[in-house]
Write a protein that binds this ligand. Sequence first.
Ligand SMILES: Cc1cc2nc3c(=O)[nH]c(=O)nc-3n(C[C@H](O)[C@H](O)[C@H](O)COP(=O)(O)OP(=O)(O)OC[C@H]3O[C@@H](n4cnc5c(N)ncnc54)[C@H](O)[C@@H]3O)c2cc1C
Length: 405
Amino acid sequence: MSKVWDAIIIGGGAAGLFCAGIAGQLGKKILVLDHAPVLGEKIRISGGGRCNFTNLYSAPANFLSLNPHFVKSALARYPSAEFIKLVRSYRIGFHEKHQGQLFCDDSAKQIIELLFAECAKGQVEIRHPVAVESIAKSGEYWVVGTSAGTEQSKAVVMATGGLPVPAIGATAYALDIAKQFDIRVNDPRPALVPLSFTSDTFGDLSDLAGLSVPVKIAAGLKGHRYGACCFYEDLLLTHKGLSGPAVLQASSYWSEGESIHINWLGNERGSGDTQCESIFTNEEHRLKLTENLLAIALPQRLAKAFAEQSGLLGRKWAEVSKKDRHTLQELVTHWAVKPAGTLGWKKAEVMLGGVDTKELDSQSMMSRQHAGLYFIGECVDVTGHLGGHNFQWAWASGHACAHAL
Ligand SMILES: Cc1cc2nc3c(=O)[nH]c(=O)nc-3n(C[C@H](O)[C@H](O)[C@H](O)COP(=O)(O)OP(=O)(O)OC[C@H]3O[C@@H](n4cnc5c(N)ncnc54)[C@H](O)[C@@H]3O)c2cc1C
């Protein structure tokens, strides 16, 4: 146990490997320990195998945290433009898909290879699979007990990620270590996750599985832990309930017992009400059947379901009373539905909650109470919106930490 590392990084995922590569290239002696037989599995499965590795517009407003200011320093010092520069330097082809989301043209594996190459440049030692059994402070050094022996270090960086997808090695180890050192942890919850519904929630809408509809969706309440949201995204009706980007985004703001609100006509920022009005008030439409009127803006099957649910199927619009028109309009534009729950850690993309940011220095990610103990990536109470923001946090927090080691 004679060698003393500058830092031992626990977790060789996105944040851990990125931090290791930078610190190594800055001349630090870095050891990465991971319990998984294969590293980078979350990166490999991300973005449908193409890794949505960052977002052109990643900004503090794209993150949920009990302290929304916490991300500002790290993001400002390592914005998405820096990671894009790095990706370009490896000649990895990429494209923008939607709202600034950048994906590899070929494969997520290219991002994993980039991270390994950066680590190799910094002469980082990576050991896996290794079980980390204990972390303790002994005098001026940290002592890490593993299944392969004991190591000493000036610093320990916890980068074991969040709880989603336990099948590929997710654990709560960073949160356990935080608790061991009396560092506050905010309750972890699955986020960016499909929502589930009881069988009677949808009535006749349950046979609409497979339909994808652009909507305006709102969830959460002002004054709530993580505030409220409003997104313009596609919603997917599934056999189990609602999914698609709209619902994944809303799930991060949703709490048990609350409703989510959907405007099925609000498919473009600000255009919802105008479009809605023109459908319902345009005199040219008065001789149309209700379902055909709705089908101007909605998929036929959904239009029919709404007409049926409001008892107006087969009725000419001109014959519908003012009250029934208003009821239908409310149903379509202010649809409130109460999810029963989420599909849990197996289906979640990220974790909400984690190590409380008040416990960490936002410049370095170091514990305020315990010098030399750092937390980066998803284990910190910082959760990005869908669209590459979670990887951007892994890069930015890893970069901030690496420069402080
Ligand atoms: C299906 C899916 C798709 C996603 N797609 C995207 C996307 O396209 N864009 C995006 O921005 N985000 C995406 N994410 C989120 C993104 O993958 C994570 O936010 C990001 O990987 C977090 O980086 P991290 O380094 O903190 O954790 P991880 O990348 O999860 O790495 C954690 C590492 O720690 C190791 N570890 C865990 N426990 C221990 C332990 N006890 N001892 C030792 N090692 C341990 C793990 O084996 C792993 O190697 C997706 C997530 C999922 C599940």
